[in-house]
Write a protein that binds this ligand. Structure first.
Ligand SMILES: *Cc1c(COP(=O)(O)O)cnc(C)c1O
Length: 393
């Protein structure tokens, strides 16, 4: 398969390899770690965390994902146009101007108030199509979702409209992204009360979901979620093999993206030459450098990659000074015989070395899920060497 972005064969000097086989294996491993029967929704907002929403959405569908989740209606429509037929949940409730879109494009809508439910029902009736609805409940994270008080009335408003199908009840746990084993548990207990209230009103939908990536390998949270009646999880980062929280994890997830660039020039800084715009970093000695066509417009993290490394000829090459907009300099003093055209690895493996999104996040202060968000110049190349089922290793 080929990348979806522009770039003629041979014109590409910087690219991201997307390993769809690893994506399928990650899904399989996540499923295996969950209590049986939990549905898995793949979060593919932000162009599938920079991995490409269309190819990733289609691949996840082939691998049997139960549904996809995006942030807004536009992203949902993009997935439909890319041929995704699986259920899609949109996190942002529709604005007034967007009320027809869930019916037109078969998108699941998030609803957080009875007024939203009624407006959506009116639009769905006009379009003559049933719309799936997930009610989001606020359990203390950024004020997103419906207040817990009055939840039964909101569910009743959805249930009262035959054109709306009450499919889901959900929340998102901020505490799961913290450093503590039990982070998110208090929010999950609040969600449990909301689930009880829905059950008592006879309005508990089939999909009840709260856990996201950092919660999926914590038995404390997966156990508690199953006990309160959760039937599904939503995960983004974990599918891409990215860990949002430090520490060991029992789940062996593989990174899906590697980032590479070809050396475009090999040159040298003479003593006193400057490596970046900040006149501060004068080279103390003659320094052989490789120029890479990858700058801060190609990856945010490069703004702060000074002091970081990339890999050339299987060896670490320190980044010299601060990267430019479209290129950077790497110190290749310790790597003999570097040539234009050599492949450098910015994220991924080469020889015995490996650079991960988590390493870069730790160095740059970014969230790990921000690292694979690359600029428009970087072509993506998709590889899938099997149906995505677990292969013997
Ligand atoms: C982004 C998002 C997720 C996915 O989070 P990950 O940590 O990437 O798994 C899940 N739920 C909601 C509501 C989100 O906004």
């Amino acid at each position: 398969m080929t990348g979806t972005r522009t770039g003629r064969r041979g014109s590409t000097t910087a690219w991201a390899d997307i390993d769809l086989h690893a994506l399928g294996r990650n899904l399989e491993r996540l499923r295996r770690g969950l209590p049986s029967g939990q549905a898995v929704f793949g979060v593919v907002k932000a162009d599938a965390y920079g991995h490409g929403a269309g190819p990733v959405g289609r691949a996840l569908q082939r691998f049997g994902i139960d549904g996809l989740v995006v942030a807004d209606m536009g992203e949902g429509i993009t997935l439909r146009r890319a041929g995704v037929t699986a259920p899609i949940l949109v996190i942002d409730p529709p604005l007034q101007s967007q009320l027809r879109l869930p019916a037109l494009h078969r998108l699941g809508a998030t609803v957080t108030s009875a007024a939203e439910a009624r407006a959506l029902a009116t639009a769905a009736n006009r379009a003559g199509r049933t719309v799936d609805v997930h009610v989001r409940v606020d359990t203390g994270f950024a004020g997103l979702g419906a207040p817990r008080a009055g939840l039964a009335d909101l569910l009743a408003a959805v249930a009262a409209a035959p054109v709306l199908r009450l499919e889901g009840l959900y929340t998102h746990l901020s505490g799961a992204y913290g450093p503590y084993e039990d982070g998110g548990l208090v929010e999950l207990e609040r969600f449990g009360e909301a689930v009880d209230a829905a059950r008592a009103a006879g309005l508990l939908p089939p999909l009840v979901h709260a856990l996201s990536s950092p919660a999926l390998d914590r038995p404390l949270l997966t156990g508690a979620a199953a006990r309160i009646g959760c039937t599904a999880v939503r995960c983004g980062a974990a599918l891409f093999g990215i860990r949002m929280v430090d520490g060991d994890s029992p789940l062996p997830l593989a990174p899906v993206m590697s980032v590479k660039a070809r050396v475009t020039r090999v040159t040298a800084l003479e003593p006193g030459d400057i490596a970046d715009y900040a006149a501060a970093g004068a080279a103390p000695r003659r320094t052989p450098v490789a120029v890479l066509p990858f700058g801060f417009s190609d990856g945010h993290h490069l703004h702060r990659l000074a002091g970081g490394v990339l890999l050339i000829r299987g060896r670490p090459a320190p980044v010299l000074g601060r990267p430019f907009m479209s290129s950077l300099l790497a110190d290749v003093t310790d790597i003999p015989d570097v040539q234009p055209g050599d492949e450098a690895v910015l994220i991924g493996r080469q020889g015995d070395h490996r650079i991960t999104a988590e390493d870069i996040a730790a160095r740059s202060g970014l969230r790990p899920s921000a690292v694979p968000l690359l600029g428009p110049r970087i072509v993506r190349r998709y590889r899938s060497n099997s149906a995505g089922r677990e292969q013997p290793e």
